[in-house]
Design a protein around this ligand. Structure first.
Ligand code: HEM
Length: 127
């Protein structure tokens, strides 16, 4: 897959996720399956999902221009963190239930970070 093609997939995934925030079951299923799918990517690590956080926020800021208020910033920061936590949770739970030793991560690390539903524990992904 071309880099540009994947970049477009990443943005449409974020778009789809934001548009489905009012349907939490779909939101979780969708992002879990995208997260899980990355298990087959050679050399992939869960923390790579977080690489998109800052560029995404920058893109929002540039797009919204003067509509990018402090309140908007807070909302988008929380939203993208929730999306990324959910992707990681999907990746981790698929990894924990798979018997393929792909060497990308350990089961204990997976268990400790698969809690995207717990809003009080939103992290920056760099733990
Ligand atoms: C938030 C971050 C990311 C999102 C939302 C995302 C989303 C997606 C989506 C929607 C697909 C297509 C799934 C399908 O075929 O149905 C995909 C495929 C893929 N992604 Fe990502 N991705 C992310 C990060 C990454 C990163 C960091 C890498 C590599 C380091 C990566 C590597 C790949 C590869 C290689 C495929 C193609 C796999 C295949 O079809 O065999 N992704 N991604």
């Amino acid at each position: 897959m071309e880099l540009a093609q994947h970049a477009s997939l990443v943005m449409s995934t974020l778009d789809e996720a934001i548009n489905s925030l009012d349907n939490v079951d779909y939101f979780l299923d969708y992002l879990h399956s995208v997260g899980k799918m990355h298990l087959k990517v050679p050399g992939f690590k869960r923390e790579y999902f977080w690489k998109i956080e800052k560029p995404f926020l920058l893109a929002v800021k540039e797009t919204l221009e003067d509509r990018y208020t402090e309140n908007m910033e807070v909302i988008y920061k929380i939203t993208v963190k929730f999306i990324l936590e959910t992707l990681v949770a999907g990746y981790d739970s698929a990894l924990a239930s798979s018997d393929i030793p792909n060497g990308n991560a350990s089961a204990s690390a997976a268990a400790s970070s698969s809690n995207a539903m717990n809003e009080s524990k939103i992290t920056n992904g760099e733990q």
